[in-house]
Write a protein that binds this ligand. Structure first.
Ligand SMILES: [Zn+2]
Length: 234
């Protein structure tokens, strides 16, 4: 059964999106607790450098392959990306929204922290050849994610010397081609059956939490001022 994610966007809207949750694609648990994502500066696009996955089953097989590569061969905590997208247009949950990725490493420790702390990472399930082209559905799904994340849209190669995510994505990012309404609808098409299965983990945009914290802090400061005033009057 496919579980969907209930997701709170930066605009404080609650939306149910067709993101296949970790347990639905058969992810292994993360080894240790994730570090939290900081203030979000944008979305970074990657490719998996595996042959393009064709169909949902191949996409889920590739997710497991990438997780094994990252957790076992590289001894990382978990699959590096926050989200992964296949040519079907399906979005899969990696580390999820509020967690720090491990995908935008730089040359210095500070840079690694910065790139991963402030940028959400999405990986397209393809790219074993430089000329590999993502489908219109994959592009629409990444457009949709970018709408939710906001800020800058960057290729991995803007952080370090790498072919990732390939010329097709780099061109798409430069031209800032956004998906048409029809493409977006197709990428996020939710059926009645999907809705009845929507019981996934709630993912909350960090900026939403920050806004809530700002409100609480303002209230506390107000109370503190009133207490000080009260003491002065006594
Ligand atoms: Zn990359």
């Amino acid at each position: 059964m496919v579980r969907l994610c209930r997701y709170v966007t930066a605009r404080m809207e609650v939306v149910i999106v067709k993101i296949i949750s970790r347990d639905s694609w058969g992810a292994k648990p993360n080894k240790t607790k994730f570090s939290k994502l900081g203030e979000v500066k944008g979305l970074v696009v990657h490719w998996s450098a595996y042959p393009v996955a064709i169909g949902n089953q191949a996409e889920m097989d590739q997710l497991k392959q990438i997780q094994r590569l990252h957790q076992v061969d590289r001894n990382w905590n978990d699959i590096a990306y926050n989200f992964l997208v296949g040519d079907t247009g399906q979005i899969y949950e990696g580390r999820g929204f509020g967690n720090r990725s491990a995908a935008q490493g730089g040359n210095s420790r500070q840079e690694i922290n910065y790139n991963n702390k402030h940028y959400v990472a999405v990986c397209w399930l393809g790219g074993s050849k430089p000329e590999d082209q993502p489908s219109a559905e994959a592009r629409a799904a990444i457009s949709w994610l970018y709408e939710q994340v906001g800020g800058e849209l960057r290729p991995h190669s803007s952080f370090k010397q790498t072919d990732c995510p390939g010329d097709a994505w780099r061109q798409w990012i430069i031209e800032k081609k956004t998906a048409t309404i029809d493409e977006l609808k197709k990428a996020t098409n939710i059926t009645a059956e999907d809705l009845s299965n929507a019981s996934g983990p709630e993912m909350v945009h960090p900026q939403f939490i920050q806004k809530k914290l700002d409100i609480i802090i303002a209230k506390l400061e107000n109370i503190e001022t009133k207490l000080k005033l009260g003491r002065l009057i006594q």
